[in-house]
Every structure is written in structure tokens, then in C-alpha cells.
Design a protein around this ligand. Structure first.
Ligand SMILES: Cc1ncc(C[n+]2csc(CCOP(=O)(O)OP(=O)(O)O)c2C)c(N)n1
Ligand SMILES: [Mg+2]
Length: 891
């Protein structure tokens, strides 16, 4: 056998590789890319059949997806756009620097926008469609890039210097700017909140799907509008950011574009110092079925790549980890030449014509408008799948010594005079050396070509973005008829509040006016709530319709999917469902359609699990109803600690525009939902609702006369004591499923213990608490005027006897109104971890059944000296209550 030296072997390898590449080039030239792809596929199969184990890879090489020869020229004026971008950069940085000049700087971010400027400016000048023609894009701006968005709005003349001056000073006269995108704070500007990382991407996904839903159901004209989500590479570590990416591919949402600003850094340091975030994301998105466009290298690299016949450069590009790439970004050209190119003389040879300075200035793809333009163009034209643009940038681009590419850059809020001067010079801002230290804002004259160009571009693209505007007409009225049936009660028939709700929902869905606007949303829980009849009645939405024969086709209530189906059956994703809720609940503004979402879910998996998305819904001024199903710590039997919810009402209290109720009876639900639709869709109040509904069945009584107002305010007298003149008196408060226990206690207290008790249904401690505090605050600020009286006090000021409250929620709920009561109240509630048990055992365990209401009432009377302690003792014994039992709150 002939000896082959390693050197010869390497040469042979190289020759062989060259031959294969030449043949491939030949096929490419003669037959085109499709033929090459086919051949490669055949080769792969052939290799596999012959035992070659090909490692799986979802990655493409570490180069631009769109090659230089596929690239088109950019329309418009590149020079002007560069100038405009520089002006935006300057004003964005100036705004943050000025906000931090004072002793107590108030923060802000320079480096995020600095790295993303080109990604946004190309969008603003060429892609983002405004809403003027009714076809607008929906854009989720990266929260920390807000300064750049404000700076552009300033140049466009939409906000003035006072606003910039008052960045993060919202309470200042003349108007301030919110730190981040908050529609609540800037309702004419921002459309969607994004700054809690991960929420933007998931809301964008469901927004894109919701647009399809509206179009498929004939509620919106089909259009070419896009949903853009801008996010950081660090942000993709949030589960919400990537957790739903299979949906848009499955649903072929080619109206969705993610732009991930891959500056390889997050707050503390590199996103993947020892790896490559871009390749990791590429694999994840390609695996999920997305069209992935990598924009890694700027135009300067094209000629080098064209020379890279042997793939040496591509290989080198692909083997550098992100931490090292970051090191190159902060180093000079000599370092880059030595460490990046210097590993192979052939590579060094490729750049020998470039000076160190030129080497240093080779731009990355995300900073090259032509590359970004081409990526966006391809993204907007791509059919059949969503697109993600992975754009490589440098964090703090242009900041130089002030933080470009450094680990501290995210937190950089100040620049000294020297740094400002360098920044100014680099971007050619016409501010003198004498002035630069004052960091003045700079806006060219109104009739300058820059301002004119910006305005013309926005006119051509149908208006300014972001702009939030309520585009729907309010509903005229809500018909009484739909709700009246529920006022009568069930005439002895047992029903649960969940059943009542589902019946009401079915009626709403059938209504001529409201029916088409209703959007039922369920996270794989419809059967849990007895909603399966709706599957057949209104269909489950699927763009594809139903391409299979459902197994239960021959049954009445089969699982019907349809392209005009109305139910959003989201599968097991509360976060996804909530994102749909936000899309449907904000459509009155975004799309001019008054869709009314009803999102029903296991109540424990709402505020507790996706509270931040609910918070975002409040910020976004979403309308609609959240229904916490099978709620209550003791009402949901058997499910145990992770399911039994005694918390959600307390959480809801802290959501400022969430109106929450814990209703007990059918008529309460009807009154609340009717009024909710009126307030949200007729009066267009920026509120949303949370109702807990339960699965315990009992007869629904008729609505007492005059109860409506109290139901909405939070409490009303459900039943008077039979013997109001009795010497022993009590006021009993019950809520939700515990109200029947309280009513039962009232009867026994009266018959056995001669205690005459009035029973109140407390539908909302939250509403009572808010009203009480509002009144108290008014009184504090108006000392000279007759004090106003909280509603709770009005209800109870002359109510005789002891006060006892019981609910299926934590004791903090009744405690919330304690201060406005005439006397202290005894509170029963369900603090503690749940148990899997029967309903009766649970109520005993948590001490909220009728027996405890009796004991609590007698105890309070004894403390008041109205009865002997021995009476209470006897009652404890008679009702089998164990006084030494462990405290459920801590066991
Ligand atoms: C849920 C959440 N957690 C933490 C933060 C705090 N935070 C703000 S910016 C940031 C780093 C962002 O890095 P990246 O996503 O890469 O964006 P970049 O600024 O680099 O574009 C962090 C941790 C946040 N805003 N939201
Ligand atoms: Mg980053």
C-alpha cells in the first residue's frame, strides 16, 4: 500500500472537495437552485441507505440567508435615511442622558435602541403600515428601545421638546413620556405593552392568529397587514417568548414577523458567551417551521465571501462563540486581524488589502440598511409560514468608549462631555463643541429635506406608527331581554353558577346583535365547564376547517372544527389563551371591531399563573370577561392543593382596572355581565371583568326587588331576619358558593338559638374596598365639606347585632372592608393550602361551613356579653366542632 502523508491527504481532500463544489456550481448554473436542492436530497437519502449517519442539524452556515446576488437595491434615499437615523440616535441618547443629569437620575436605556436603530428605521421608512387606510400593521416595539421611538416621533413633530424633557416624568405639566410602551399611560400613542419580557412575542403570535380569525369570520376585510414583534436575544430565554412558536407555523401565519435583535448581550453580559444564540434560535425556529432569515454580515463582507471559494471564511465565522465575537467588537482592527483572521494564512491573505481601521469598521448585518431592507422585503413577501429575522448587531452601537459592546452597556445612562462629542462627531450632528455638553435636542427646520422625507414616507405608508386610536363605534345598547330570564331563578331546580354562565353565553352567542362579536376562549377545559354543546353550535375555529372525520361525528355534540368557527380552543396554554383575550379585547381599538372575549379557565391557573399577562391586558385597555371556573378553595372537591383557588379574588383586587366579582346566584351573574357589556362596549370604559364561577349546584332564587344596584356595588341585603325585634341580632355576609352555607346558618341561628340574622350577599369585596377608599380620600382632601359616606357604611350603619363574614377566599377579602363597618367583624375564610377531599370535608377543614358560621356568630354575641360563653361551648359540641383542631391556615 502506498504511503500517503498527512499533507498529501489534506491536499487530496481539498481537491476532492473542489471537484464536488465545481459540479454543484455547474448544476446550479444549468439547472437552478431547485435542481441542486433535489440532488442534495437524493444524495442524503443515498448516503443514509448506505449506512452514513448524518448528524441532525437544523442550522445553516453562519452567513446571511439572503446572498449578495439575491439582494435587491433599496428604494429611497440611503443618504437621507442615514442622516435621519443619526438624528434619531442623537435625540434618543440625549433624552436619556438628560433624564440622568439630575442628582437622582431616573434611568432609561441608550444601548438597546443604539443597537436596533437600523432595524427600526428601515421599518419606519419602508415597511410599517399605519392605520389610515384601515390596513395597518400591528407592531410590538421592544420596551427598552422606547427612547428611539420617542425621538423619531419628535422629529416627525408628533411630540415636542417638553415631552422629551419629561421622559419618565409623566406627572409633569405639559405631558411626559412613559418609560416604556404603556397604552394606559399614553393611550394615543402606544398600542401594546411589551416591557415585561416575553409577553410581546406571545401576544404578537396570538394577535396574528386573531387577525386571521376576524378575517375568516367576516368581521374584518382580508388585508395584507402584518404583525411585527421586536425583541431582544436575551428576551428569548423567557418561556413565553419561544413557548408558542409552533402555533404560527402550524396555522401558516405569514402575517407574522419576529425581528430578534441579536446583539449577543443581555443586561449582565453575553446571552450565550460559550455558544451562539443566533444558531440556537435558528434551529428552534426552523424546527418549529418558521422561515428564518439571518442577517449577520453587512455589505463589506460580500466581496470577501465571494472570494471564499473553499469555505474557509464561512467555517471561521461559524466557529467563533458569542463571547469572543463580543471581544472583537470592543477590540481594534489589529486584534481582529490577529485573532480572527490570523488562524490561517489563507484567511489573512483575504484581508491583506484592508487597513486595521477598515477591518474594524466592517459592519454587521443588523446595522446595514440594505441587508435589513432585503430581509424585511423577503419576510413580508414570504407565503405560508411566519418569518423570523435574526439580525446581528452590537449593543450600544456608536457609543464608543461610553459602552459599545461592553458588558456594562445596558445600564449606561450617562455620557461625559468627551463621549458626547465623539458620539456627535460619529453621527454628524450639527451641534457645536460649546453646546454639546448641554446635550441639546436637535430637530432640523420644519421645511428641511429630512423632516419632509420622514413625513412623505409616513404618508406613503398610511400614517404614523405607533398610533393608538379607538376605531370602533360604541355599541348602542344592551338588550334587557337576554338577561331577564335569569332574574327569575330556577324554580327549585339545582344549577351551578358555571352552568348559568354557560347558558347565558349560549344565549349571547345566539343574539342577533351581539352574537357574532362574542369570542369564547378555552384552554382545553370546555368539557370541564359543560361547554361542549357549543362545539357543535358555533364551531371551534380552525383556519383549515376540519380535514378529518371526527370520531364522534355521529353524536349530537361532535367536536366540530370550522374555518368560521367561533370558539378559540387554545389547548393547554393559559398564556396563549390570555394573549388571545388581549387581541380580542383590544380589537375595538386595533381593528375597529367590538369583539367581546369570554375566557374561561381553571381559576387557580389565572392570576396565579399568568398574572403578568393579565396586568398587560389592563395596561392595553383590553375589554372582556375572565371567568375563573370551578373556583373556590372548598367548592372544587377532590382536586387538592394545586387546583383549589382561594386566592384569585385577592390577586384581582390589586389589578387597578379589573372589576371582580364572586357571585352566588344566577341573577347576580346576569346583572354583572349585562352591566359589564354596557360599561365596556357602550360607554367604552377601560376596564375588564373577573368573575369566579363554581360547580356546586343549588336552586337559584329569584332576584330580590331593588337588588341590582347593590349587586354591582358589591353588596346587597339578600334576606331579612324573620324576627327583626329579637334581642339577639346578627348581620351575616356570604359570598359565592359559601352564601348558601350562610343562609343555612341563618335558619338554624333563628330556630335553635333565637338569633335573628340578616343575610347579605357580598358580590365584591374589591368594589367595596375601592369605593370606601375613594370616599375616604375625598374626605381627607375636603376637610371643610360634609364628609361622604362609604357605601358599606350606608348599608350597615343602623344594622343591629354582630357581624360575621364567610367566603371561599382568604380572610383578607372581608378584612378589606372592616374599617367602614360600625363594629369589628368576625371573618371566616380559606387561608392555607387545599386538600383533596369532599366538599363537606373541605368546608369543615377550612372552617367555612354553616356550623362555623353559627359558632362564629354565637362567639361574637358572647364577646358582646349578649349570651353566656357556655352557649357557644354547647354549640361547638352540638355541631361536632373540634376546638383543638389544627389551624388550616398553616397546615
Ligand atoms: C420579565 C422581565 N424580566 C427582567 C426584565 C429586566 N430587563 C430589562 S432589559 C433586560 C436585558 C435585555 O436583554 P435583551 O433581551 O437581549 O435586549 P437588548 O437590550 O440586548 O436588546 C432585562 C433583564 C424585564 N424587563 N422583564
Ligand atoms: Mg440583547
Amino acid at each position: 500500500m502506498r504511503y500517503i502523508s498527512p499533507k498529501d491527504a489534506a491536499e487530496l481532500d481539498a481537491t476532492e472537495t473542489r471537484e464536488w463544489l465545481d459540479s454543484l456550481d455547474y448544476v446550479l448554473q444549468s439547472g437552478g437552485p431547485a435542481k441542486v436542492a433535489r440532488l442534495l436530497r437524493e444524495l442524503t437519502i443515498h448516503a443514509r441507505q448506505n449506512g452514513v449517519k448524518l448528524p441532525f442539524t437544523a442550522n445553516t452556515p453562519y452567513i446571511n440567508t439572503i446572498s449578495a446576488d439575491e439582494q435587491v437595491l433599496m428604494p429611497g434615499s440611503p443618504d437621507l435615511e442615514r442622516r435621519i437615523k443619526s438624528l434619531v440616535r442623537w435625540n434618543a441618547a440625549a433624552m436619556v442622558v438628560r433624564a440622568n443629569k439630575a442628582e437622582e437620575g431616573i434611568g432609561g436605556h441608550i444601548s438597546t435602541y443604539a443597537s436596533a436603530a437600523t432595524l427600526y428605521e428601515v421599518g419606519f421608512n419602508h415597511f410599517f403600515r399605519g392605520h389610515d387606510t384601515g390596513e395597518g400593521d400591528v407592531i410590538f416595539f421592544q420596551g427598552h428601545a422606547a427612547p428611539g421611538i420617542y425621538a423619531r416621533a419628535y422629529l416627525e413633530g408628533r411630540i415636542d421638546e417638553t415631552h422629551l424633557e419629561n421622559f419618565r416624568r409623566e406627572t409633569k405639566a405639559g405631558g411626559g413620556l412613559s418609560s416604556y410602551p404603556h397604552p394606559w399611560l399614553m393611550p394615543d400613542f402606544w398600542e401594546y405593552p411589551t416591557v415585561s419580557m416575553g409577553l410581546g412575542p406571545i401576544m404578537a403570535i396570538y394577535q396574528a392568529r386573531f387577525i386571521r380569525y376576524l378575517e375568516d369570520r367576516g368581521l374584518k376585510q382580508p388585508s395584507n397587514s402584518k404583525v411585527w414583534a421586536f425583541l431582544g436575544d436575551g428576551e428569548t430565554d423567557e418561556p413565553e417568548a419561544l413557548g408558542a412558536i409552533t402555533l404560527p407555523a402550524r396555522e401558516k401565519l405569514d402575517n407574522l414577523i419576529f425581528v430578534i435583535n441579536c446583539n449577543l448581550q443581555r443586561l449582565d453580559g453575553p446571552v450565550r458567551g460559550n455558544g451562539q444564540i443566533i444558531q440556537e434560535l435558528e434551529a428552534a425556529f426552523r424546527g418549529a417551521g418558521w422561515n428564518v432569515i439571518k442577517v449577520l454580515w453587512g455589505r463589506e463582507w460580500d466581496s470577501l465571501l465571494a472570494k471564499d471559494r473553499d469555505g474557509l471564511l464561512v467555517k471561521r465565522m461559524g466557529e467563533i462563540v458569542d463571547g469572543q465575537y463580543q471581544k472583537y467588537a470592543v477590540s481594534d482592527g489589529a486584534y481582529v486581524r490577529e485573532h480572527f483572521w490570523g488562524v490561517d494564512p489563507r484567511l489573512l491573505d483575504m484581508v491583506k488589502h484592508l487597513s486595521d481601521d477598515q477591518l474594524k469598521k466592517m459592519t454587521l448585518g443588523g446595522h446595514d440598511p440594505v441587508k435589513v431592507y432585503n430581509a424585511y422585503k423577503a419576510a413580508t413577501e414570504h407565503k405560508g409560514a411566519p418569518t423570523v429575522v435574526l439580525a446581528r448587531t452590537i449593543k450600544g452601537y456608536g457609543l464608543g468608549e461610553a459602552g459599545e459592546g461592553k458588558n456594562i452597556t445596558h445600564q449606561q445612562k450617562k455620557m461625559n462631555e468627551e463621549e458626547l462629542r465623539a458620539f456627535r462627531t460619529r453621527f454628524g450632528i450639527p451641534i457645536s463643541d460649546a453646546e454639546v455638553g448641554k446635550t441639546p435636542f436637535y430637530r432640523p427646520a420644519e421645511d428641511s429635506i429630512e423632516i419632509k422625507y420622514m413625513r412623505d414616507r409616513r404618508t406613503a405608508l398610511a400614517g404614523y406608527v405607533p398610533t393608538r386610536k379607538v376605531r370602533s363605534e360604541p355599541l348602542k345598547t344592551v338588550s334587557n331581554e337576554l338577561f331577564e330570564e335569569f332574574h327569575k331563578g330556577t324554580e327549585g331546580r339545582k344549577a351551578s353558577t358555571t352552568m348559568v354562565f354557560v347558558r347565558l353565553l349560549s344565549k349571547l352567542l345566539r343574539d342577533k346583535e351581539l352574537g357574532r362579536l362574542i369570542v369564547p376562549i378555552v384552554p382545553d377545559e370546555a368539557r370541564t365547564f359543560g361547554m361542549e354543546a357549543l362545539f357543535r353550535a358555533v364551531g371551534i375555529y380552525s383556519h383549515a376547517g376540519q380535514v378529518y372525520e371526527p370520531v364522534d361525528m355521529d353524536t349530537l355534540l361532535y367536536y366540530k372544527e370550522a374555518s368560521d368557527g367561533q370558539i378559540l380552543e387554545e389547548g393547554i396554554t393559559e398564556a396563549g389563551s390570555m394573549s388571545s383575550f388581549v387581541a380580542a379585547g383590544t380589537a375595538y381599538a386595533t381593528h375597529g371591531v367590538n369583539t367581546i372575549p369570554f375566557f374561561i379557565y381553571y381559576s387557580m391557573f389565572g392570576f396565579q399563573r399568568i398574572g403578568d399577562l393579565i396586568w398587560a391586558a389592563g395596561d392595553a385597555r383590553a375589554h372582556g370577561f375572565l371567568l375563573g371556573g370551578t373556583a373556590g378553595r372548598t367548592t372544587l372537591a377532590g382536586e387538592g392543593l394545586q387546583h383549589q383557588d382561594g386566592n384569585s379574588q385577592l390577586f384581582a383586587l390589586a389589578y387597578p382596572n379589573c372589576v371582580s366579582y364572586d357571585p352566588a346566584f344566577a341573577y347576580e351573574i346576569a346583572v354583572i355581565i349585562q352591566d359589564g357589556i354596557r360599561r365596556m362596549y357602550v360607554d367604552q370604559e377601560s376596564i375588564f371583568y373577573y368573575l369566579t364561577v363554581m360547580n356546586e349546584q343549588y336552586a337559584m332564587p329569584e332576584m330580590p326587588k331593588g337588588a341590582k344596584d347593590g349587586i354591582l356595588k358589591g353588596m346587597y341585603k339578600f334576606r331579612n331576619a324573620a324576627k327583626p325585634d329579637a334581642p339577639l341580632r346578627a348581620q351575616l355576609f356570604g359570598s359565592g358558593a359559601i352564601l348558601p352555607e350562610v343562609i343555612k346558618a341563618q335558619e338554624i341561628l333563628e330556630s335553635k338559638y333565637n338569633v335573628a340574622a340578616d343575610v347579605w350577599s357580598v358580590t365584591s369585596y374589591t368594589e367595596l374596598y375601592r369605593e370606601g377608599h375613594a370616599v375616604e380620600r375625598w374626605n381627607m382632601l375636603h376637610p371643610g365639606e360634609p364628609p361622604r359616606v362609604p357605601y358599606v357604611t350606608t348599608c350597615l350603619k343602623s344594622a343591629p347585632g354582630v357581624l360575621v363574614a364567610a367566603s371561599d377566599y382568604v380572610k383578607a377579602m372581608p378584612d378589606a372592608i372592616d374599617r367602614w363597618l360600625p363594629r369589628p367583624m368576625t371573618v371566616l375564610g380559606t387561608d392555607g393550602f387545599g386538600r383533596s377531599e369532599t366538599r363537606a370535608a373541605l368546608r369543615e377543614f377550612f372552617e367555612v361551613d354553616y356550623r362555623y358560621v353559627i359558632v362564629a356568630t354565637l362567639g361574637a354575641l358572647a364577646r358582646d356579653g349578649k349570651i353566656e360563653a357556655s352557649v357557644v361551648d354547647q354549640a361547638i359540641k352540638a355541631h361536632g366542632v373540634n376546638p383543638e383542631k389544627a389551624n388550616p391556615a398553616v397546615s
